[in-house]
Design a binder for this molecule. Structure first.
Ligand code: SF4
Length: 311
């Protein structure tokens, strides 16, 4: 299956998308923050990223979901900063440690993509990419000329604008979408983004409209489609039950869902007593049981092992 961005590159559509994104970042409304700064002049908004993208690290990652890891590993590119900024960010060290960031040119970012592919990556996994869509598109065009041909993964918090996702249609092969807070109150308190729930719900539906349910090859490696992540938080702060109800009501039963049990109090979480609590294993089991009863049958296998044993 030829990656979508390659088809777009060959037809000339990718270059048109680069130009559309360039126009948007001149008065930046790329994401729901709508900072209206001129990123081309290196002005910075909430995401603290100007003209060039900032890369914190890149490597072959074997800890992602099995369809992304395959045999060769997922070629992860961790972008610094974020347009959402959860105070308990599970990647806080990567996203906030200034000393680890490197500003990269479009040519250098393209080089990273190609280098990861040469090292055996099954895909290029763009981690926290929502604020650097323009830079990614620019680099993709260069990388396609240099032979990049593995699927592109947009690994997002889902705090995305529909207009930006429209630019990514026909470019992104796999959306790996977080579903963080279902409630506006929690989104305001922990990410200063009361509109996150509404934006994320619309974004996830749009992603599914674009790429459908996950498609894998004969080896089980992901080629196209939507994968959803849901990090269960202590005290029900993420609205896990509501998310499952939403998925069941709006997406097919074969939607790939990873109910994640690895919450830990990172970042500034220690300032909030409710974020210092643990997530009991029994809650994860109950949520997986509920997902099954709602007809959501394609749960991430690594974390559903206990569920399969017990039920
Ligand atoms: S991408 Fe950054 S500058 Fe643009 S609207 Fe979002 S947070 Fe603001």
């Amino acid at each position: 299956m030829k990656p979508l961005y390659l088809k777009a590159h060959e037809s000339g559509l990718l270059q048109k998308k680069v130009e559309k994104a360039r126009t948007i970042v001149q008065d930046c409304t790329l994401c729901p923050r709508k900072c209206k700064v001129n990123r081309l002049e290196d002005e910075k908004g909430f995401c603290n990223t100007g003209r060039l993208s900032l890369v914190a690290s890149f490597n072959l990652h074997f800890g992602e979901e099995d369809p992304l890891v395959g045999r060769g590993g997922s070629g992860t590119v961790f972008f610094a900063h974020c347009n959402l900024g959860c105070i308990f960010c599970q990647n806080y060290d990567i996203s906030n440690n200034q000393s680890l960031h490197h500003e990269v040119s479009p040519d250098q970012l393209a080089g990273i993509f190609v280098e990861l592919q040469s090292a055996g990556a099954e895909n290029i996994n763009l981690v926290t990419p929502s604020h650097v869509v323009f830079q990614i598109l620019e680099s993709l065009s260069i990388a396609a000329d240099r032979g990049l041909n593995v699927p592109l993964v947009f690994n997002t918090s889902s705090y995305d604008e529909l207009e930006t996702l429209g630019i990514l249609e026909g470019v992104v092969d796999i959306y790996l979408a977080d579903s963080k807070f279902f409630g506006s109150k929690e989104a305001e308190k922990y990410a200063h983004a009361p509109d996150y729930p509404e934006k994320a719900r619309m974004a996830i539906l749009e992603m599914h409209r674009q790429v459908g349910s996950l498609v894998t090859d004969e080896r089980g490696a992901a080629k196209k489609g939507l994968m959803i992540r849901h990090l269960v938080m202590p005290g029900g702060l993420a609205g896990s039950d509501d998310w499952l109800d939403f998925f069941a009501a709006n997406l097919p039963g074969d939607t790939y869902i990873n109910i994640m049990d690895q919450y830990r109090p990172a970042g500034d979480a220690s300032r909030y007593p409710e974020l210092r609590a643990n997530v009991p294993g029994s809650l994860i089991i109950d949520l997986k049981k509920k997902a099954g009863s709602l007809g959501l049958t394609r749960l991430d296998e690594r974390s559903s092992g206990v569920f399969r044993l017990l039920f």
